[in-house]
Design a protein. Structure first.
Length: 123
């Protein structure tokens, strides 16, 4: 029986998307070079993942010569907002304020981050 589809990107998909958001368009062999994971996946495993991501609509390809170059369709900003809303709804009853307060209370913020928060709150 197939595994139920999880919302958002899997960890492997997210790793590929981060590479594509930064460096696209890329061939599968180029994506493989940018991956930080050790050991790196096999080329064929990555190709299968990329093809699956294309079927899901996260990425698309352009054929240049004989090579397929992949580009993101899913926008990083849209993905981040969707994930934040999902986490907020799931863990904090849909309250983005509670999410932010929890992060501020439980994480060590740098002076720069604290200053940015002060500026946001002032505005």
């Amino acid at each position: 029986m197939p595994r139920p589809r999880q919302p958002g990107l899997t960890e492997n998909e997210l790793e590929v998307m981060r590479v594509l958001w930064r460096e696209a368009p890329l061939k599968v062999s180029d994506i493989l070079e940018y991956l930080q994971r050790i050991p790196k996946p096999a080329y064929t495993s990555l190709l299968t993942l990329v093809q699956t991501m294309e079927k899901k609509g996260y990425i698309k390809h352009q054929k240049i010569g004989k090579a397929f170059f992949y580009l993101p369709v899913l926008q990083e900003k849209k993905f981040l907002l969707t994930e934040i809303k999902r986490i907020s709804k799931r863990l904090f009853g849909g309250s983005p304020g509670k999410l932010v307060l929890n992060l501020v209370e439980n994480e060590q913020l740098s002076e720069v981050e604290i200053e940015m928060l002060r500026k946001l709150l002032k505005d």
